[in-house]
Write a protein that binds this ligand. Structure first.
Ligand SMILES: C[S@@+](CC[C@H](N)C(=O)[O-])C[C@H]1O[C@@H](n2cnc3c(N)ncnc32)[C@H](O)[C@@H]1O
Length: 234
């Protein structure tokens, strides 16, 4: 209660975040890979919430890395599927999920596959059981690229993202959402991003209705744009 002589303000605490618990999932899980960069659990949680709308879903991360999205998906009561092109990442994510089950009361199912994201349409299990939502932070290029490399870096990333979105059509339910990180680099002369890709994705049946939300740590060269797409299948 805050008071002055003529006014009294009353406030109600409706929620309190357990900061230590977020730090535990950020820093104390057994497998980490700081070279590839890891999504902060709070950002992963927001992305999962946006994708699922809090109803029970199967959440798929095709660039799962250490499994941050998968862990937050399990924490919020969903089933999760992860895959990555790096076998150390899928093994590490599996270890982190075992650790999570040990630390918390989570009961959702978890499945992991070793796959290039552009080739996930070949995963028979996913083709037969399409997922409800994809939540992912793909490869974003080197954390500190030189300005002269950026044209090529973004060309390569655009090709990989496009290939991945083509494959996602085969493993995501119609009407399903994709909550995804796009990279962005601002230089004094130009901003590099994947904005042009959005038009190409429209031709594949993906629509986006909201402006990208930028998330970046202070001083980071590669910033993250979080974008939400919906897949329309005819
Ligand atoms: C930025 S990291 C994701 C980090 C993850 N969000 C985490 O918190 O640990 C990108 C991941 O994409 C994987 N990767 C890179 N190219 C890929 C591809 N073509 N298909 C699937 N995974 C790929 C890398 O091995 C890496 O684990």
């Amino acid at each position: 209660m805050i008071g002055s002589l003529d006014k009294i303000y009353l406030g109600e605490t409706i929620d309190v975040q357990d900061i230590d618990d977020w730090t535990k999932r950020d820093r104390r899980k057994p497998y980490a890979d700081s070279k590839k960069g890891m999504l902060p659990p709070k950002v992963a949680r927001m992305m999962v919430n946006i994708g699922t709308g809090n109803t029970s879903k199967t959440v798929y991360d095709p660039f799962c890395g250490t499994g941050t999205v998968l862990l937050e998906g399990l924490m919020t009561g969903h089933d999760v599927v992860g895959s990555d092109i790096d076998g150390r990442a899928t093994a590490g994510a599996e270890k982190n999920i075992e650790w999570l089950r040990d630390q918390y009361d989570v009961t959702g199912e978890a499945k992991l596959f070793f796959s290039d994201a552009t080739q996930v349409a070949k995963l028979q299990e996913l083709r037969e059981n399409p997922v409800d939502v994809i939540v992912t932070e793909p490869f974003l290029g080197k954390p500190k690229p030189q300005f002269k490399e950026l044209n090529n870096v973004f060309k390569g990333l655009e090709k990989m993202y496009l290939g991945a979105f083509k494959a996602f059509r085969e493993v995501l339910k119609g009407g399903g959402k994709i909550v995804i990180v796009f990279p962005m680099v601002e230089t004094p002369k130009k901003t590099y991003d994947l904005a042009k890709l959005i038009d190409k994705l429209e031709q594949l049946g993906y629509t986006t209705t909201s402006e990208p939300v930028v998330y970046a740590r202070f001083g980071a060269v590669v910033q993250r744009q979080i974008i939400v797409f919906t897949l329309n299948k005819k």
